[in-house]
Design a protein. Structure first.
Length: 184
């Protein structure tokens, strides 16, 4: 059974690396695929011009997050970065430090497939990011938290204590979604 699982996992990795099952938008195919547009090109090292990294939405399921992380890891493995793989074929942490100059080219070639959180995307692209964080902090303060915007490094929400940080999780998500909701 263990050998079957390993073969199944390897087949999944090969399918992810080759884009097996993917639709060809040029040919008019509508077949759903695990390979997101641009991911197959990025896995081969050639990301389309203007490609954005996949975003982990605030409502993403664990399965969706794992799928996005596996696509990035499969690209890294194809580029020569050793990774741990579990029996289900899911990648774990890389077996090496990705900051090592030896792996810089591989990391760069797979950059377009590396998922980022929706908040990181906003931090990178929204010129009003800090103002929106201040709105989220005002919301949190209205809920009784001692929150503030910490601007040392990348702007982020900070709390008076670790306990408050742990307790604020659901409220923080709600306040962030409200603060970053599209105007309209």
């Amino acid at each position: 059974m263990k050998r079957f699982t390993l073969v199944l996992a390897a087949t999944g990795v090969i399918a992810a690396l080759t884009g097996c099952g993917g639709a060809d938008p040029q040919a008019g195919d509508d077949v759903p695929t695990l390979v997101t547009p641009g991911a197959a090109a990025a896995a081969s090292g050639s990301a389309p011009a203007g490609a954005e990294r996949p975003v982990i939405r605030p409502d993403a399921t664990e399965e969706e997050i794992t799928r996005l992380e596996n696509l990035w890891a499969a690209c890294l493995v194809a580029a020569g970065v050793p990774h741990h793989v579990d029996e289900a074929g899911n990648y774990g942490k890389p077996e090496v430090d990705l900051a090592d100059p030896q792996y810089r080219a591989a990391v760069d070639s797979c950059a377009a497939t590396q998922p980022e959180s929706w908040l990181d995307r906003e931090r990178r692209t929204d010129p009003k990011f800090t103002d929106r964080l201040l709105e989220a902090v005002a919301c949190l303060k209205a809920k009784g938290y001692q929150a503030r915007v910490d601007t040392e490094g990348d702007p982020r929400i900070a709390y008076a204590t670790t306990e408050e940080f742990m307790r604020a999780d659901a409220d923080e998500n709600t306040c962030l979604r409200e603060a970053f909701a599209p105007a309209g």
